[in-house]
Design a protein around this ligand. Structure first.
Ligand SMILES: [Zn+2]
Length: 443
């Protein structure tokens, strides 16, 4: 398979085949039958293969690996996937390796937490409906919506001031920004669970029923236009996303809570962290990957060759910066693997800062607890990334996760921002000082 870094290359993953050609290319896989066996009414006309090497290897292994070994492997897959839903011995064994060995976790989570995760997995939008009734107000939604407006306005101004970009590319960028759709808090139409039956029998059987329900729903989508009203996360999720193929941003109600958002806190706090997260997702549309998709979500190039070259030179600075961060023992952050997220963090923070300044309407920021608004903006950002990880988990994160560890997400972007230097009087010789010529200024 491609490694994590190779998997960031969109072009390499976009390999379109006519199904008839694909069947011939990988004869041992019997793909003609496969499409019907997995439950499709008919084989699709075309297929996009993300990982051709994987297909090539599996095709070969069909001949070299014995049928008996395949059976054992597939049994293992079922066991592995269901382990967390089986008897205590199996749950414990699964925990011993995946949590303890790989991540250094000392103890299992209390049962109510595991159950919550299971309910969110099985019935996330039904759970979400209750969650937003109890914990999310129309007032909070309006406030976040206004923040998105201000973030977009500030992004628009920033695009206009980019001196490394031609007017043609700027125009396309502005068009893409203007066409970003937003999903806030929860879906307009919650997922219909009518076809799912939960029974009072074995826990694992309910888990299978949920999987079957979702699988059928996915099959029913085949050949139909994409339903753009659907969400990729459940409402209680503490996360957010940008979806390049729909050019949309989404913020579940779960993240619009302390320490990321508080409708009663002042703007410096809310812009510092929630604003930066909104800006982060917006910037994903313009990071090294997102910038390869256009305003309607098609994989297409809207850049001039020179602008692309300038963009790469700018992002290279960030790659070098993050490559120099020592995460744990002798393991450094991977600047290339984390590039998209680091571009988004830097852009998001910058956009949010100027959106905050806009919210002040030319007034001086209020001083609270001895800190100016500008200072509290950056404090809120840093507090949002407070994190404590065991070394094993940190090693795993650095090797596999496109996000940098929290401490570098907090400090890394700040070393590039003159606005941060000004807020705290950072000068040469200070730990977070970076020479002007190696500071990254992208969006
Ligand atoms: Zn991100």
């Amino acid at each position: 398979m491609m490694n994590r870094l190779e998997q960031r290359d969109i072009e390499k993953q976009y390999n379109k085949f006519k199904t008839a050609d694909l069947i011939k290319k990988y004869p041992n896989l019997n793909l003609g039958q496969y499409f019907l066996l997995v439950g499709l009414k008919a084989a699709p006309k075309e297929v996009i293969v993300n990982q051709p090497d994987f297909m090539e290897n599996i095709n070969g292994m069909m001949k070299t690996v014995s049928l008996n070994d395949w059976k054992i492997y597939l049994k293992y897959c079922v066991m592995h996937e269901s382990a967390g839903y089986l008897t205590n011995d199996l749950v414990q064994e699964n925990f011993n390796f995946y949590a303890k060995t790989l991540n250094g976790v000392k103890a299992r989570k209390p049962r109510y937490k595991t159950s919550m995760t299971a309910v969110d997995y099985a019935l996330g939008e039904a759970l979400g409906q209750i969650f937003v009734e109890r914990h999310f107000s129309a007032d909070a939604k309006k406030k976040v919506n206004d923040m998105v407006d201000n973030l977009m306005a500030s992004f628009k101004e920033r695009i206009a001031t980019r001196d490394w970009m031609s007017d043609t590319t700027k125009k396309a960028a502005q068009d893409k920004l203007a066409k970003i759709t937003r999903k806030l808090a929860y879906p307009d139409k919650f997922k219909d669970y009518t076809a799912l039956t939960i029974k009072n029998d074995a826990y694992v059987l309910n888990h299978f029923r949920v999987n079957k329900f979702n699988y059928k729903r996915m099959l029913a989508d085949a050949g139909k236009p994409v339903d753009k009203t659907r969400w990729g996360m459940t409402p209680p999720t503490v996360n957010a996303y940008y979806n390049p193929t729909a050019n949309e941003i989404a913020f579940p109600a779960g993240i619009m809570q302390v320490p990321f958002f508080d409708p009663n806190a002042d703007d410096a706090f809310n812009y510092g962290i929630m604003g930066s997260i909104i800006g982060h997702e917006l910037t994903h549309g313009f990071d090294d990957q997102g910038s390869q998709f256009d305003a309607v979500g098609n994989f297409s190039d809207w850049w001039t060759a020179t602008d692309k070259k300038n963009f790469s030179a700018k992002t290279k600075l960030l790659v070098d910066q993050f490559n120099s961060y020592l995460a744990v023992d002798s393991t450094y952050v991977n600047g290339e693997l984390t590039l998209g997220e680091n571009i988004a963090d830097l852009g998001g923070l910058t956009m949010a800062y100027y959106a905050y300044k806009k919210s002040l309407n030319g007034q001086k920021s209020p001083v609270i607890d001895g800190f100016t608004g500008e200072q509290r903006f950056f404090l809120a950002w840093a507090q949002g990334w407070k994190i404590l990880m065991r070394p094993q988990a940190l090693k795993q994160l650095v090797a596999t996760n496109p996000h940098s560890p929290g401490n570098f997400r907090a400090n890394g972007p700040l070393t590039n921002l003159v606005e941060f230097y000004e807020a705290f009087g950072v000068k040469e010789g200070d730990k977070m000082f970076r020479k002007k010529e190696v500071r990254a200024d992208i969006w």
